[in-house]
Ligand binder design. Structure first.
Ligand code: NAD
Ligand code: ZN
Length: 374
């Protein structure tokens, strides 16, 4: 088996650093890699009901053909499958399959599968190995890097979980061929976020590649994905437990999360973040923190990727702000925003990565622009 070009990115999460391998066709190398890097006596392949036939079953068969002991486990697809009930059911399945302490979980699917299977691995017999094979663009560039696992509760998303880095991550952009357009674009929004906070040149590369996406050849896509993985890996490694610099990954997420909440999650996370980034750039420009023209640069890139860049007409900023106040970055009742200094760089605020911006300021910054000439 050969893959054309493969890029390896290290995620230096000491003491458990791991590697992310990115390449079209990379999944064919997985059985050999598992033997070399994990060497478990048994593997549990976990996938969601929507993609198990396309990716879970073939991987299960490939492991068996390679002589590895493997079982296949399927959970309900979608966010409603990321629950404590699903955690409990999957854990019971692994116990019934007699997976031992030295066993390994392989999550193949989107971020839901990775978060759920990762959390099962984190807690199963006090923690066993797991490997991530992300199959959505969002999971490739975001969920698979950083070691966060968990499930949702009625009180909110991701409220129960653990930091549990995988042994390694296998990213095969060829798996994206079947991903629906809106899911694909949701992942592109997080790539734009990485570029916006860390790398202006990467931002231009995304914009140049945009007309060819999503039909882009898997090699070109692999290179773009690798840059996002690198950026997230660097930030995460500098702040493994989310106490400082990792906050910058929340650029666009204060109002993005608020929009998701206000719309009761009828808007995709990536779409909400797309809008949230443009609004945060406008707030930053209004405050004089962000270089003038930055919002326009972001808007152009996001529009070329067919992502939304403004609030839906029926949603006013006043309807949104109460939801922003409950964002997890909101401390002591004040809403905090990650602001850019310019495209490719986050603004620092006296040693911090967020700015408290009063609701009135946000209203003025995002209110209707004054008539020309006034
Ligand atoms: N752990 C982290 O750091 C982190 C970071 C970002 C997001 N997340 C989590 O990730 C989740 C969102 O991930 P997601 O957007 O991948 O959602 P998802 O896992 O629900 O996948 C979206 C849909 O795409 C389908 N799908 C997956 N791969 C496919 C493919 N190759 N072809 C066709 N269909 C495919 C799935 O069956 C599902 O219906 C959220 O729960 C979020 O909280 C976690
Ligand atoms: Zn996000």
């Amino acid at each position: 088996v050969s893959i054309n070009r493969s890029i390896t990115v290290s995620v230096p999460l000491e003491p458990r650093s791991y590697q992310v391998q990115i390449g079209a066709g990379a999944i064919a190398l997985l059985p050999a890699q598992l033997e070399a890097a994990v060497g478990a006596p048994a593997y549990a392949v976990v996938s969601d009901a929507g993609v198990s036939r396309a990716v879970g079953e073939p991987l299960h068969r490939a492991l068996q053909s390679a002589g590895l002991r493997a079982t296949l486990h399927v959970h309900a697809a979608g966010e409603q499958g990321k629950t404590r009930a699903a955690w409990s059911a999957l854990t019971d399945e692994l116990l019934a399959a007699a997976l031992g302490r030295d066993g390994c979980v392989i999550a193949i699917g989107g971020g839901v599968t990775g978060d759920l299977a990762g959390f099962v691995a984190a807690t199963y017999m006090r923690g066993i190995a797991h490997v991530l094979v992300p199959t959505t663009l969002l999971a490739m560039v975001d969920a698979a890097v950083g070691g966060k696992t968990g499930v949702d509760t009625d009180a909110g998303k991701n409220l129960v979980g653990a930091f549990h880095p995988p042994r390694f991550v296998c990213i095969d952009p060829a798996l994206l061929a079947t991903l629906p357009g809106p899911e694909y674009r949701a992942g592109l929004a997080e790539m734009v976020k990485h570029a916006a906070i860390a790398d202006e040149r990467y931002l231009r590369e995304i914009e140049v590649a945009a007309p060819r996406l999503p039909g882009a050849d898997a090699d070109a896509l692999a290179a773009l994905i690798a840059r996002s993985v690198e950026i997230k890996a660097q930030i995460v490694a500098a702040d493994p437990f989310e106490e400082g610099v990792r906050a910058m990954l929340n650029f666009g997420h204060t109002l993005g999360h608020a929009l998701e909440g206000q719309q009761q999650f009828r808007v995709r996370h990536g779409e909400a973040v797309s809008i949230g980034m443009v609004l945060a750039a406008r707030i930053g420009e209004h405050l004089g923190v962000t270089r003038a023209g930055t919002a326009a640069v972001l808007r152009a890139v996001l529009e070329s990727l067919q992502l939304p860049v403004a609030l839906p007409p029926q949603v006013t900023i006043d309807a949104l702000l109460p939801f922003a106040a409950f964002d997890k970055k909101a401390r002591a009742g004040l809403t905090r925003y990650v602001l850019l200094e310019r495209p490719g760089a986050v603004a620092r605020n006296d040693g911090h990565w967020t700015f408290e911006v009063p609701a009135d300021t946000v209203r003025v910054a995002l209110g209707p622009s004054p008539p020309a000439g006034s």
